[in-house]
Write a new protein. Structure first.
Length: 621
């Protein structure tokens, strides 16, 4: 879809400095870069690993969250206003992070629902989606699942996945498109097809800037403009054809039948050669910037139907300082505020949560094996518990200790099962949340609400199934009221355990670390319920009073023993309430313990929500 209104981005003396984590002197990653990204053209930024190409792309796109930016970024000749700039631009990350269970159309439609104004008619949104599918040549696979090889879910090809990632950004019709290595991981045919798509988008009036690692000769022939980096410096910036001349002037002519980009990167691997090329480019800038060169360059651009690369912008340090330099503290603060503002969704919270809930439920529906596997897990564990404690006796000698241990074992099972699931699944959820919420599709709060409302019902059904099997196989108190209390307590307990698992995942960078942390937390909480350790050391007593296991276990024991009568070996009846160990009883009634357990569920859920918000704000997820 062609766009009206050209947007040109120029930059002068651009620097980027970061502070090493271990302290020491700041490290300068970008060193006084200058150039331009023109409307209707594709600028390719190339360099070896560590050259600074992704950093430059991030700075130009306004996606820097750390470090110090210096120099000037201009939009159509005026200082960039980041808040407005982010509204008209989109950034496509190198990694395709997509919902595997969604079709191509569903993925782009979800983006349209969340990125476009709520007031926009549904028919107009559908038209926008149709246009994106047509522009990216995705109509033939629009009803195919995206899929994921790691999940053994067949889907679209790698090139089509990359186009879907682009399509998700195109629904808001950005005038500027920044892409980090869009051809990486694709075979040569798919890579060429991807570049043809980007070239077509540029010719439609968009400003396209990409980073690229080591393209083949077919792809390089598609570049309009080219910027080559080495060690954060420019070895060349300008029309693609001029790069060969710059290297030849430095004494490194490109051999015949050799891909120029392979030659460039080979030369730049040598430190002295790289310095020579950088010096040759710097020396050639005035000549390239002469009136005759500029006129010929612009004429070439008009002949192609698009503006040419502005070689005047390559005059690093030749112009006086412009107002609004981004290295001032005030400018840095305003850029940070603009990034936060850009991440605010354009649709209401309830609408966001609704769209996400539908997507999550659709994901459950398209993964019946995952649902079945979890149900079988709960079923197996319930039967196992039932067989271990099958039809407990009413003897004081054996029935009492076995009931105490069976209730503790039930809690142990429902501690680890949901919490481990939460930690393991968080890794995949984290990636999608980071990309989508980070780009302002929805808020972290909306994601949390949607997850709560869609996952909780499934967990409640599974836990209730577990309760029914264990209650009647073990032979707990034959009382309907006590049965429903048992079900309610274990459902609250299971939801709390899942939240504790999520909390551990939120506080760690990898699921492996989360599992280690979770194991330690659960074992510590399980130790001090009064069942394993009767005389709790004074310095550990606080753990018992903040443990949701303690209150749930005490409530379950009181609920069970309060309705049972046990018999001694002599046949003397003893009411169960008198047989509850003092180490287990905490002096609260079943209702009071249940209320405290409910409060801890709400509290841990709220804590997980707050941690999620903080980690999202700090870009730690």
């Amino acid at each position: 879809m062609p766009l009206d209104g050209a947007v040109d981005v120029t930059f002068e003396g651009l620097t980027f400095t970061v502070q090493p984590r271990g302290g020491g002197e700041p490290v300068q990653i970008l060193k006084g870069l200058s150039g331009a990204v023109r409307s209707g053209r594709v600028l390719a930024i190339m360099g070896a690993s560590g050259a600074g190409k992704t950093t430059l792309l991030d700075v130009l796109a306004g996606h820097t969250y750390t470090g110090t930016v210096g120099g000037h970024v201009m939009v159509n000749g005026k200082p960039r206003h980041l808040k407005s700039f982010l509204r008209i631009s989109s950034y496509v990350q190198q990694r395709d992070v997509l919902m595997a269970s969604a079709t191509v159309r569903e993925a782009i439609t979800t983006a349209a629902l969340l990125k476009l104004p709520r007031a926009m008619p549904a028919a107009e949104k559908r038209t926008r989606v149709d246009s994106v599918l047509a522009d990216l040549e995705l109509e033939a696979c629009q009803h195919t699942l995206i899929g994921d090889e790691l999940l053994n879910m067949k889907g679209i090809s790698g090139g089509q996945r990359r186009r879907v990632s682009v399509g998700i950004e195109l629904v808001k019709q950005p005038q500027l498109l920044f892409l980090d290595e869009p051809t990486s991981g694709l075979d040569s045919e798919m890579a060429v097809s991807m570049m043809e798509t980007l070239l077509r988008l540029a010719r439609g009036g968009r400003t396209v800037c990409v980073t690229i690692h080591q393209p083949n000769s077919i792809i390089t022939s598609m570049f309009d403009d080219f910027m080559l980096l080495v060690g954060g410096q420019a070895a060349y910036a300008g029309p693609w054809g001029g790069a060969v001349d710059t290297f030849a002037a430095a004494g490194f002519p490109c051999p015949q039948f050799i891909n120029p980009t392979d030659h460039f990167l080979s030369v730049l691997r040598d430190g002295k050669a790289a310095d020579a090329v950088v010096a040759a480019y710097a020396a050639s800038v005035p000549a390239l910037g002469s009136p005759s060169a500029i006129s010929s360059g612009k004429a070439a651009g008009k002949a192609a139907g698009t503006p040419s690369c502005d070689v005047e912008a390559g005059l690093a340090g030749k112009e006086p300082a412009l107002e609004g330099s981004s290295d001032s503290a005030a400018s840095l603060a305003s850029e940070a505020a603009a990034l936060v503002e850009a991440e605010r969704p354009c649709v209401p919270f309830v609408y966001q949560a609704g769209v996400l809930s539908v997507r999550m439920m659709r994901n459950w529906g398209r993964n019946p094996m995952m649902l079945a596997a979890e149900a079988v897990q709960y079923l197996f564990l319930a039967i196992f518990v039932g067989l271990v404690y099958l039809r407990l006796s009413d003897s004081v000698a054996t029935g009492v200790p076995d009931r105490l241990s069976s209730l503790w074992f039930v809690l142990a099972v429902l501690s680890f099962t949901p919490s481990y699931t939460a930690t393991v699944t968080w890794d995949s959820e984290r990636l999608l949340l980071r990309r989508e919420a980070g780009q302002g599709m929805y808020s972290a709060a909306a994601w949390f609400a949607a997850k709560t409302f869609t996952v909780a019902p499934v967990q409640i059904v599974q836990t209730t199934l577990f309760c029914v099997i264990t209650y009647f196989m073990v032979g707990y108190a034959a009382d309907a009221g006590r049965f429903f209390i048992y079900v309610a307590l274990l459902n609250m307990f299971q939801l709390t355990s899942e939240t504790v698992g999520l909390l551990c995942a939120l506080c760690t960078s990898r699921s492996m670390y989360a599992v280690i942390m979770l194991t330690f937390v659960l074992l510590m909480l399980m130790t001090f319920t009064g069942f394993l350790v009767t005389a709790i050391p004074v310095y550990f007593k606080w753990i018992k009073w903040v443990s949701y296991l303690n209150y749930t276990y005490a409530a379950l024991v009181d609920n069970e023993f309060g309705g049972d009568t046990f018999y001694t070996d002599d046949g003397v009846a003893v009411h169960g309430s008198t047989l509850v160990p003092s180490a287990v009883s905490n002096g609260l009634s079943v209702l009071a313990n249940a209320m405290v357990a409910l409060g801890l569920l709400v509290g841990t859920r709220l804590l997980a929500f707050l941690v999620l918000l903080v980690m999202h704000r700090l870009k730690k997820i």
